[in-house]
Design a protein around this ligand. Structure first.
Ligand code: OOB
Length: 584
């Protein structure tokens, strides 16, 4: 069995690692140690609130005892430190306990999104050689349990299916006899003696600080997503630096409504960050404003995070409610917004509508996090995406020849630093170069974003030179969509591009040249083909243009810039035709 805490992981160069340690950026302690220190100091405080249907409150003692019990039970199942566990759970207390159990035991969680389906999960499970998967039984009408067993049948490494029954259903146990009951795995220890033994066992399992803590999923630009290795040392720094940037402390209550397996709500500072500073995490499975506002009021939430589309919904809802919303949101002091570009007009509306200070967050699962600061002038907060959260973050803005451009000039973002790994995870037996894309030889990560650095150091995201579609913060690789269109069949040429959208920023539009003799495909047929291929719904094309040929660039590649312009014009025309049609 391979060991990803060493194999397939690109380490920081030894001299750089020495420097980061000497400077104290890396503390040399695993995340479980750091979190348990807080739990031991304040055992009776409430640490986690599940504000979903489960309505569970856990003190720090209960949280740590359950996590240590779960760590032991993972081992009882046969899992070992360094084994990978594919985690696909909605936001709830179970997600937190299971993640902590992994951090304590050295079992490595692979953070899948609830929206992922067979196509994505198969890839993630095989890439990580996952030995176990944790899923809800049925969520939003989808049978995750059945799918998990399908995967287990097909993938040699995947042995254990851990299933969470729905707490709001009569029968909350898994329905397949082969499933392990995740509810039971996350139950408290039976008594104090068991708790004490579990503690000793879990303390003994403490992973090395430079071992892998979690595997995150990259937004991906080429084909299927890659895995990003985050070590205990570097992720702890990620938590501390982002917590400092939003001035997070023991009195803070963080509301997690974005899918918690994403780096932003997980660790920037997110659920883990608020626990690390001794605050409280409140988990909600959806950012829908009525529930979210009621939860903010009842739990005294002080900080939350949203993608721009969610922030817009909150602003619109608050504007509609007026005074009532201001009362509900009284305790909310900061709203972090990131994942995709927040339009300046909306940025300016956040504080007046919600009463909370806006913090723009321009981050990436690969590391670097930029934020505006709470005391920044309005112009910085509403028109920039902030600056690096840590003094050792290195940022370059370069032209096509890798030369630094002056401030004020758009260029490609390159970054290195103590929480930005030097390469993607490469599975055993695969050529490491295949996973080195996006990293330069001297370890810079090229995020594919086109940014301008202002003289005050703040970055403004202007666009990107990666072939990705950012649908309201959900990243979609154009190449992956194109591969799926080819698999759907009947086309000679396919190109996926972003089309502008007032709500999500971008959506997926596909241009196809049909094969000779095949009938003209409709958007409905294409959507159905994507569903049949078991693809996450957010990647499904929302517009289809059937054309006789595609524009080509001078070097013989499909000219996507021309296609993006084309679809934008078509949408504009459609809109003005509608306006004329409605007599306006
Ligand atoms: C976050 O992480 P990922 O890994 O899902 O996506 C990273 C990419 C960036 O390279 C950039 O293209 C885009 O998402 N992005 C933004 C942005 N924040 C992220 N583009 C424009 N403005 C922003 N504010 O998305 C992520 C990770 C941690 C914290 C926040 C976001």
């Amino acid at each position: 069995m391979s060991c990803p805490s060493r194999d397939g992981v690109v380490p920081w160069p030894a001299d750089v690692a020495v420097r980061y340690r000497a400077a104290g950026y890396w503390e040399g302690r695993p995340l479980g140690d750091l979190l348990w220190e807080v739990a031991d100091a304040h055992p009776d405080e409430v640490a986690v609130v599940d504000a979903g249907p489960a309505q569970v409150r856990l003190t720090r003692r209960e949280l740590s005892q359950r996590a240590d019990a779960a760590a032991r039970r993972l081992l009882d199942l046969g899992l070992r430190p360094d084994d990978r566990l594919l985690v696909q759970l909605p936001n709830g207390w179970e997600f937190v306990v299971l993640t902590l159990a992994c951090l304590r035991s050295g079992v490595i969680p692979v953070m899948a999104l609830p929206a992922h389906r067979k196509h994505e999960l198969t890839h993630l499970a095989s890439l990580s050689q996952a030995r176990a998967i944790a899923v809800p039984s049925v969520l939003r009408g989808f049978d995750h349990e059945a799918l998990a067993h399908e995967l287990a049948d097909e993938l040699g490494d995947l042995e254990h299916v851990l299933v969470l029954g729905a707490p709001d259903q009569d029968d909350d146990a898994p329905r397949d006899a082969r499933s392990h009951d995740l509810g039971a795995l996350l139950a408290p220890p039976t008594d104090d003696d068991e708790a004490a033994t579990d503690r000793v066992v879990a303390d003994g399992l403490a992973p090395a600080a430079d071992a892998v803590a979690v595997l995150l999923i990259s937004g991906g630009t080429t084909g299927l997503p890659k895995l990003i290795v985050r070590t205990h040392d570097d992720y702890a720094l990620n938590l501390r630096a982002t917590a400092a940037a939003v001035e997070l402390g023991r009195d803070d209550v963080y509301l997690g409504t974005l899918p918690a397996s994403h780096n932003f709500p997980l660790a920037c500072p997110g659920v883990l960050g608020v626990l690390l500073v001794g605050g409280r995490a409140v988990m909600l499975p959806s950012p829908e404003p009525v529930r979210a506002f009621a939860t903010i009021e009842s739990e005294g939430v002080t900080v939350s995070a949203a993608v721009p589309a969610v922030a817009q919904r909150w602003v619109d809802h608050a504007t509609e409610l007026g005074e009532e919303a201001r009362r509900q949101l009284r305790t909310l002091r900061a709203l972090q917004v990131g994942g995709s570009r927040l339009p300046d007009e909306y940025a300016a509306r956040v504080k007046p509508a919600l009463g909370a200070t806006l913090q723009q967050v321009f981050g990436m699962a690969e590391g670097l996090i930029n934020t505006t600061r709470l005391d920044d002038p309005d112009d910085v907060v509403t028109t920039t995406q902030g600056r690096p959260v840590h003094e050792a973050d290195e940022v370059r803005v370069v032209d096509a020849w890798d030369r630094d451009v002056p401030d004020g000039t758009p260029g490609a973002l390159l970054t290195r630093g103590p929480y930005t790994p030097r390469g993607y995870y490469s599975p055993p037996g695969s050529p490491a170069e295949q996973y080195a894309t996006a990293f330069t030889d001297d370890g810079w990560y090229g995020s594919g974003d086109v940014v301008v650095r202002r003289p005050d150091g703040n970055l403004v995201v202007h666009g990107r030179d990666k072939d990705m579609i950012n649908r309201g913060g959900e990243k979609i690789s154009a190449e992956e969509v194109e591969d799926l269109v080819y698999r759907a069949g009947g086309v000679d040429l396919a190109a996926a591009v972003a089309m502008p959208d007032p709500v999500l920023g971008e959506r997926v539009c596909v241009y196809v040249v049909p094969s000779a003799g095949s009938g003209v495909m409709s958007l409905e047929q294409l959507k159905a083909a994507f569903t049949d291929l078991g693809v996450a719904a957010y990647k499904t094309p929302e517009r289809l243009e059937v054309v006789a040929e595609l524009p080509m660039s001078k070097v013989g590649k499909i000219d996507k810039k021309a296609l993006r312009a084309d679809v934008a014009t078509r949408l504009q025309h459609a809109q003005s035709a509608q306006t004329v049609g409605s007599g306006a």
